[in-house]
Design a protein around this ligand. Structure first.
Ligand SMILES: Nc1ncnc2c1ncn2[C@@H]1O[C@H](COP(=O)(O)OP(=O)(O)OP(=O)(O)O)[C@@H](O)[C@H]1O
Length: 378
């Protein structure tokens, strides 16, 4: 199956751009995810590929076939594109059996009766629902209905599969199982898939590559590891995983080691960075919560690490296998994790020298500790 190419996509609603100059390529057989907060333009991008929105700019191609070329006023209809689609609401026809639901797209495409039966059998087998072909949707669980919706999207061998938050109606446990099952199915069918979600766990676990979107733009495209370990901006680091941020100023920059002064007068920390910053540059240091270490006040931390700073423990949450901590340190609200409960108010927070991010960007105002949200949390 061919690659999908989106170039310079722009979509406007009432003169306002919901998608601005978005470009990406999805490789043959790849599971590619559009990830981002609500309203950032994921569904609009997917709908433009499906032919449900009419872009005002850009080109969309699958292999050599041009679906959209806005400058030339070329827009194929959804039917001409032959793409499989599954949305949040499965939209099965309630008065039709499972097999009748699957037969519908084949009838529309005028597939011969004998072939219809064979294809329906194959598609139901793929999703593990062959024995359920005579049932009606209300006789199936939510997860099973979701599988029928997927079988219906696969039954006519589409070029590309488009999935918009297809697991969001399932409860947490079922969702975990459905995620594993969906990945296996996609790999066994080998179909190029574009998946839309705002759930980062889903995106990281399912995708070969993903695109993080923000306010109608592409912020970063990469593998889950690239995006988690090397976010290109503060916004991406903040959206993926849980990150704490320190405002700092560069004191020294030698051989890949930065010494940065925390701006609340609590001292300096040393971090590794392959980026060059001039002395005096204002930077933001980002640290993943799982890398921040919290230790009780009795521990002689300064002897162990130069990167230990005093912190005030604000909140402890038990989340099963571990504890999550919210702390105030260096004038900022911080997030950390640990396997032991802590009860002291005053603790040490150790920042690792490696694996941190240094951005030449200011922390957005709403992230600062004195904003109303942070105050409510503390
Ligand atoms: N038909 C429409 N008319 C006007 N504005 C729209 C329309 N559809 C979407 N928008 C606006 O375009 C922007 C992008 O919407 P879109 O649905 O693509 O976001 P999303 O990232 O998929 O969000 P969510 O995760 O909440 O589904 C939003 O600001 C939305 O309000």
């Amino acid at each position: 199956m061919p690659d999908l190419i989106v170039e310079g996509l722009r979509v406007e609603f009432n003169g306002q751009a919901a998608v601005k100059d978005v470009s990406f390529t999805v490789n043959d057989g790849e599971f590619f995810t559009l990830l981002g907060p609500s309203g950032c333009g994921k569904t609009t991008t997917l709908s433009s590929i499906a032919g449900l929105e009419k872009p005002s700019g850009g080109v969309i191609r699958v292999g050599s076939e041009v679906f959209v070329d806005a400058a030339r006023h070329r827009f194929l209809t959804p039917e001409e594109r032959n793409l499989g689609m599954v949305f949040q609401s499965y939209a099965l026809w309630p008065h039709m059996t499972v097999e009748a639901n699957l037969a519908m797209p084949l009838k529309i495409r005028k597939v011969a009766r004998a072939e219809q039966d064979a294809r329906i059998g194959d598609a139901l087998d793929q999703v593990g629902l062959l024995p359920y072909r005579k049932r009606y949707p209300h006789e199936l669980s939510g997860g099973q209905q979701q599988r029928v919706a997927l079988a219906r999207a696969l039954v006519y061998s589409p070029k590309v599969l488009l999935l918009d938050e297809p697991l969001s109606n399932l409860d947490a446990k079922l969702r975990d199982r459905a995620r594993a099952w969906l990945k296996d199915l996609q790999q066994s069918v080998g179909i190029t898939t574009i998946y839309v979600t705002h759930d980062q766990l889903e995106a990281l676990s399912l995708s070969d590559r993903l695109a993080v979107m923000g306010e109608g733009e592409m912020l970063q495209v990469g593998t889950p590891n690239e995006i988690y370990d090397h976010p290109s901006s503060l916004a991406v680091a903040d959206f993926i995983g849980r990150c704490s941020f320190f405002r700092a100023q560069v004191l020294e920059n030698e051989n890949g080691t930065l010494v940065v002064d925390l701006l609340d007068g609590k001292g300096a920390i040393r971090v590794q960075s392959d980026q060059q910053f001039a002395r005096g540059t204002s930077v933001t240091v980002g640290v993943r919560s799982e890398l921040l270490k919290v230790t009780p006040p009795r521990t002689d931390v300064p002897a162990i690490s130069v990167n230990a700073i005093p912190a005030e423990l604000k909140k402890v949450s038990y989340v099963g296998a571990r504890y999550e901590f919210e702390l105030m340190a260096a004038g900022q609200l911080m997030f950390a994790e640990g396997d032991r409960k802590l009860t002291d108010d005053q603790v040490w927070l150790t920042v690792p020298a490696e694996g941190v991010f240094v951005f030449a960007e200011e922390i957005p105002k709403e992230k600062l500790a004195n904003d109303p949200v942070a105050e409510v949390v503390s």
